[in-house]
Design a protein around this ligand. Sequence first.
Ligand code: UT7
Length: 340
Amino acid sequence: MGIKILGTGSYLPPKVVSNADIAQSLDTSDEWIFSHTGIHSRHVAADGESTSTMAAKAARVAMESAGVDPGEIGLIVLATSTPDYNPFPSTACVVQDMLGCKNAGAFDLQAACAGFVYALEQARGFVNFYPDKKALVIGAESLTRILDWTDRSSCILFGDGAGAVVLGNDEPHGVASVNTTAHTILGADGAGAHFIMRTGGCKNALPVSPATGVPEKPQPYLPELTLKGHDVFVFAVKTLAKVCSDLCSKLGTTPEEIDRVFAHQANGRIIEAVARRMKLPLDKFWLNLETTANTSAASVPISLDQAVRAGELKDGMKILMVGFGAGLTYAGTYCVWPNL
Ligand code: UT7
């Protein structure tokens, strides 16, 4: 009884770009990229694909595997940093229409690479209050559309894709059914806001001239992501390990009792360092970034779906899902599969 992940789905665009492909136009190599990140290739959205089309594909698979009709979905929360439009309409609304989820409220959630865990927590609250409804939680990104392809320290890291889960609550008493084993940590550290940034929002769009008090020419729109990789690396290792161990303490368990960790796939060296800090064998951590690279908010749900389809996620397994990203944000949640 209680709140459960009823089904999972994912979508990776068929077009694949290898490190060797990137090295044809940039001063880098497969050897450097793989040894520094664990990435060999990434999926890239083709012309005509976007965050919404990939999200809808992943969500259809999740609804099918959950055995849930579009009309049963009461909420769509879509975590993304690369919405179809900037900033509205939300990509969640576009996806709601594509899926025919006519009874669903829909909104986007922006917590960068930690977005899926944030979105899951929103949806958990929703199905707790409305146990007769289902929620669709999606992480979807077209990161390759906002990269500076001349910056070898950032463009090699990212890929496109989408993952989704359907949440339901078979405890009919709603709020009274709060799952006492559910533990989540959501956090942020805005002091590192400049570590990963994409400008072009409303701030300074029309700066007022101090001399005349009249708005000056709008600043040029700079659509590319900028990254202070080393600072993010240090934050990531420290924070992911702390979130995992804090979750274990809250639960009165130890890291050794955790069966699987689904950590945001940013860099294989980050995951190795977290495993070392937690004194856990690396094979407890799901790893797919060799072929997916960093898909930001999509990385955790893509990993979950891959594990389900590979038969590696079995009922009763104790799992952690953890992420970190621009903001800076971080988040982690514990689940005795498939109960949240
Ligand atoms: O979801 C969150 C998003 N962001 C991240 O997760 C990023 C986390 N950070 C990282 O993954 C790593 O910091 C990077 C992979 C981005 C960089 O690895 P690093 O070991 O921290 O390298 P570095 O930035 O310290 O650069 C070392 C050298 C530099 O050359 P010099 O100045 O020592 O001569 C770079 O110019 O490596 C050079 N370099 C490259 N060389 C070949 C940087 N990128 C490349 C490249 N190919 N692609």
